[in-house]
Design a protein around this ligand. Sequence first.
Ligand code: 9D3
Length: 250
Amino acid sequence: MRFDIVTIFPAMIEHALTVGVVGRAIAQGALQVRVRDLRDFTSDRHHVVDDVPYGGGPGMVLKPEPLLRAVDAVEGEGGVRPVVILASPQGSRLTQEVVRRLSRLSHLVVLCGRYEGVDERVRSRVDEEISIGDYVLSGGELPALVIVDAVARLVPGVVGDQQSVAEESFSRGLLDFPQYTRPAAIGDVGGAMAVPEVLLSGNHGEIRRWRKRAALVRTLDRRPDLLATAVLDDEEREILRGLLAERKEG
Ligand code: 9D3
């Protein structure tokens, strides 16, 4: 899968793409990400990318031509026409469902906005406008990285253990169960903190059931909204019935 990211701050994005799962996937060729400097698509001596808004008001607006030229340049490089995404606070919310749909595409272009916004005419070349959530960021660079990270994980060969991707909480709609590693007990720091006995028992049937229950308890406590659409197996449905009955009784 290929991504092109168009930004006025390439450095903000480039280092992030060298580390972790995404960094390894790029190094191995499973993923191709090109970061493009918007200033390279200007035609004036000073490489100006923004201007004051028509009608007045505070802040600056990203000029249309550099962004349109950047899209033209990427499209001109051949292959199937890429899907062009504008990272924008006005976009529809990025969810795991959207991430799954994007992961089936072969080539995405992500345009990063900045300042007060982007000239409206750029939207004529945009297929999809995406926001990562209802909070104000300074620009689309972090959202672009979020999109690449979330989508790349679903591309075959990017995450080594595809089973862990399939079992991930948000793909099934539950929060994760609690995890522990050694030591089994912490005596001197933080009081007596012991790992739940069942996890040390070696009884894999019991461990599986404990984890299902713990994931359901957490989801019920913290994100009960997720249960409306969660995909549960028979055992999980039974455990959930029990938990709901317990809570009704008080
Ligand atoms: C909606 C706020 N706008 C009112 C004048 C100003 C504005 C705020 C933040 C204009 C641009 C930005 C920069 N943010 C993004 O480009 C952005 C973003 C975000 O701020 N939150 C969540 N997702 C995204 S995707 C791109």
